[in-house]
Design a protein around this ligand. Sequence first.
Ligand SMILES: NC(=O)c1ccc[n+]([C@@H]2O[C@H](COP(=O)([O-])OP(=O)(O)OC[C@H]3O[C@@H](n4cnc5c(N)ncnc54)[C@H](O)[C@@H]3O)[C@@H](O)[C@H]2O)c1
Length: 332
Amino acid sequence: MSEPLRVLITGAAGQIAYSLLYMVGKGDVFGPNQPLTLIMLDIPPMMAVMEGVVMELNDCALPLVRGIVATADEDVAFKDIDAAFLVGAMPRKEGMERKDLLAANVKIFKSQGKALDKHAKKNVKVLVVGNPANTNALICSKYAPSIPKENFSAMTRLDQNRGQAQIAGRLKVPIDHVKNVVIWGNHSSTQFPDVTHATVVIGGSEKKVYDAINDETWLKGDFISTVQKRGAAVIAARKLSSAMSAAKAACDHMRDWFQGTPEGKWASMGIYSDGSYGVAKDVMYSFPVTIQNGQWKIVQGLPVDDFARAKMDLTAKELCEERDDALKVCEA
Ligand SMILES: NC(=O)c1ccc[n+]([C@@H]2O[C@H](COP(=O)([O-])OP(=O)(O)OC[C@H]3O[C@@H](n4cnc5c(N)ncnc54)[C@H](O)[C@@H]3O)[C@@H](O)[C@H]2O)c1
């Protein structure tokens, strides 16, 4: 067995972390033979709650978990880490404008970017889950210049999973028969869930999802808006935001990043845009990728029609605006 990997989960006293810590601790991300040190960061008022989570983690009796560090100190939390799930963020409170939320979170991710730069291993892989995830990831990366930009990402895997679940449900096939729904852009209601390139195994053979569903009105209408608004639908029903599914998606994202995407399957992740598909540079935009040996590569050459172009541009525009607002807050 190898040395324990040092894995940081922030927002460790929160709802997503409550599921995520267990999933990571039992080997869902780094495999059944990889021991772990779990590092948990939250803010000082949450230390008592976090203590309770630590008790439960110990009581789970997970053989891969060789150590637990629970702290409110970024200098301790980011020390020598190999992987970071940055989940902790300021929640949106009643009456709060989007800009206020952005400003509060940008400050958190600026500080954590600096801590990464100072303390983390230079090959650390960082997944930002806390919203606005794409822009938080961008800010984090900007304040950690000694770590390659490719090592920062934002989570859109939950949107991909939601999209694939909608298709599987509609066609009444198992979820793993559907692949390559692509999420373009921002993890927000401007995201573009795109099924143009997705396939499904149905009746023993692989087909385009478009042909299998054979309902363009649904695919270009309700399908897209259902995925875009799924987070709000969960909040309306549960009175709490998605947590179990967000934790599972975070695990899927990191597992694929560390272990590679299966042959023929793409993952969507928010990554530093290199201008592929005519997308603006210097934003964290969600693209379809394949991953080998810990390195992602954007899937290139997919045809983009006028419908897709308009949607891809709209979400890019929002990301550019968020970036500009965030940079103003950082520089103030
Ligand atoms: N990208 C996605 O697909 C996706 C999906 C679901 C939720 N989210 C986002 O994930 C975030 C967490 O969601 P949740 O349901 O777990 O929220 P939560 O409110 O239950 O937990 C958040 C935790 O973060 C902590 N926190 C706040 N500031 C912190 C800081 N500076 N350092 C460390 N911890 C800090 C809080 O104290 C709290 O314990 C939210 O921003 C939410 O919008 C993203």
